[in-house]
Design a protein around this ligand. Structure first.
Ligand SMILES: [Zn+2]
Length: 119
């Protein structure tokens, strides 16, 4: 009878947050502002310049782009690409999927009340 209860229960256990909940709570704009120091301040959503690519020895702005709606990223020079901030984080830091979810949850979900920091 009760089918929808599982998600709510897992959310309350510290280390068992789902990737979907995490992605809904962490804005790609906030994440990339933290992780891409060379990214110019975005003026809109969608695909925007991401600054220098962190996946190769990049010297030219313009190759690396991030999507502030989906969290996706792509580099026209080295071919690095992914569909969301979890993919970026895993590729950048070499962490496993569960570790990535946990790391980002611990870093961002404690300040969920302040997710409106949009620069
Ligand atoms: Zn690259």
């Amino acid at each position: 009878m009760i089918r929808a209860g599982h998600e709510a229960v897992t959310m309350h256990r510290r280390h068992r947050i789902s990737a979907d909940v995490l992605k809904a709570a962490v804005s790609p704009a906030a994440y990339y502002a933290d992780h891409l120091p060379t990214m110019p301040p975005p003026r809109r959503g969608g695909w925007v310049p991401g600054g220098l690519c962190p996946f190769h020895n990049d010297h030219n702005h313009g190759n690396f782009r991030v999507n502030l709606d989906s969290g996706g990223y792509t580099c026209f020079a080295c071919g690095a690409r992914g569909g969301d901030i979890l993919a970026f984080h895993r590729a950048h830091f070499g962490t496993s999927f569960p570790d990535t979810v946990q790391e980002l949850a611990e870093r961002y979900l404690t300040r969920v009340g302040g997710v409106s920091d949009e620069t």
